[in-house]
Ligand binder design. Structure first.
Ligand code: SF4
Length: 441
């Protein structure tokens, strides 16, 4: 099985450098890297240096030397990185050197010398997200591994059972990200609603208070940090209701990414999906009563072994009734080592294709209908890209995650910058996107 590539990190210097180190770690962790506490267990060592005083320079050079002796594969970043000549003269064998506050360059140097192992059956970050995340949003990984045993999935075999991070560590990291300019936190894990189960919801001290490692408590704390907080990979358990209340209060974005994968009870049972006994349609209705603005994004698998025409029709009806705002779809394909490979009832490829096209058509109609209800509203959007030549910016609403959902295309957008959160009035929509203009003041 492919193990996650491991990185050792030595962080020297001031709190700013520490924020950079956190940002680097957050990005790499979200991309599937793991961290080693010692040199021996690391595939590569990053040294985040300080170059403010001569003594700090000396300390940094010594730290690079130690990492080279102990491990041999070293990337240097941070303030001393501006003195590349000095570093190369002292330590010619370092693999790469980048300067301060250049987390993007460090991460790409890591990609060059220790490539990530992209695997769409395992990764949490969308493939396109492996390119560097812009500074205004960041993926925040709250746990590793998974306690579920879905029959089509090999993640528990690769990553093991759920291992949750203490709440204080996650909150400290989130704070650091916000200090470094992040305005939107994308919370990821294999099963976000299961957060803390493995450590019995243990408390940890954060800003002098005890915070439980529990989904609700963590969401609430993150929501109070002042950035947009978006929750991915949640399952429809009863305790999620409470988190919807946080959305209604505006603390957490009114957005839930729930990979339902199917709706037919027979298929869900065969897939061994978490929360497959829950009455999800009732649950979704309840959530929308609590928070009418809630957007649900989901993914579905068509052509799973044993999926009958009735199962598929059931799924299409369910999708319409649940009004899933954003739906992605995969045609089932076996993953080496997954228990589902033993199942009978293989669905022919042409049937998979047909079901895929049908599902996407229904999903598109639902999406169009949901988006048309937003026309005329004034909403906040976060800006991902600017197109000055067209006087437009490409932004996202609270209902859209980066890379996987739609966009809000804002015209008459003079002076708006990447990372700005601005108020716009929605003027039109198509199947996936909204069109808007800055709101009148
Ligand atoms: S919830 Fe299921 S699909 Fe997701 S990681 Fe766990 S076992 Fe795999």
């Amino acid at each position: 099985m492919n193990q996650a590539p491991k990185i050792g990190l030595v962080s020297l210097g001031c709190p700013k450098a520490l924020v950079d180190s956190e940002r680097i770690m957050t990005t790499l962790r979200a991309q599937g890297y793991s961290f080693s506490r010692d040199y021996a267990g690391a595939d590569i060592v990053l040294v985040n240096t300080c170059g403010f005083l001569d003594s700090a320079k000396q300390e940094s050079l010594e730290a690079i030397g130690e990492a080279l002796n102990e491990n041999g594969r070293v990337i240097v970043t941070g303030c001393l990185g501006v003195e590349e000549g000095l570093i190369r003269e002292t330590h010619p064998s370092v693999l790469a050197i980048t300067g301060p506050h250049q987390y993007e360059s460090v991460v790409s140097a890591v990609h060059d010398h220790l490539p990530p192992v992209p695997n769409r059956f395992v990764d949490l970050v969308p493939e396109s997200g492996l390119k560097l995340t812009p500074r205004h949003y960041a993926y925040l990984k709250i746990s590793e591994g998974c306690n579920n045993r879905c029959s089509f999935c090999i993640i528990p075999q690769i990553r093991g059972d759920l291992v949750s991070r203490p709440a204080a560590g996650i909150l400290g990291e989130a704070e650091g990200l916000i200090r470094s300019g992040v305005k939107e936190l994308l919370v990821i894990s294999q099963d976000t609603s299961a957060y803390g189960v493995d450590i019995k919801y243990a408390e940890s001290k954060y800003r002098g208070r005890d915070v439980k490692a529990k989904f609700y408590d963590l969401a609430k704390e993150l929501g109070q940090l002042g950035a947009w907080t978006r929750l991915h990979y949640v399952y429809p358990y009863p305790h999620v209701d409470q988190v919807i209340e946080l959305m209604a209060e505006g603390l957490v974005l009114p957005y839930l990414d729930i990979p339902f994968q199917h709706a037919s009870p027979n298929v869900l049972k065969s897939m061994r999906r978490p929360a497959n006994q829950e009455k999800t349609l009732d649950r979704i209705k309840k959530w929308r009563d609590i928070c009418p603005d809630l957007a649900i994004r989901s993914n579905f698998i068509v052509g799973y072994p044993g999926e009958t025409e009735e199962d598929f029709e059931f799924l299409l009806d369910w999708l319409e009734e649940a009004e899933i705002d954003r739906a992605g779809c995969f045609k089932y394909e076996p993953v080496t080592g997954a228990p589902a490979n033993e199942l009978d009832g293989i669905v022919p490829d042409e049937v998979k294709e047909e079901r895929f096209a049908q599902l996407m058509e229904v999903a598109q109609d639902v999406s169009f209908h949901r988006l048309s209800q937003k026309v005329g509203r004034t909403i906040d959007v976060i800006v991902d890209d600017v197109r000055p030549e067209e006087n437009r910016v490409i932004a996202r609403s609270k209902w859209d995650a980066p890379e996987i959902d739609g966009q809000v295309i804002v015209s008459k957008a003079d002076g708006i910058k990447i990372g700005d959160i601005v108020s716009v009035t929605v003027t039109d929509n198509d199947e996936y996107d909204l069109f808007a203009e800055p709101a009148a003041h």
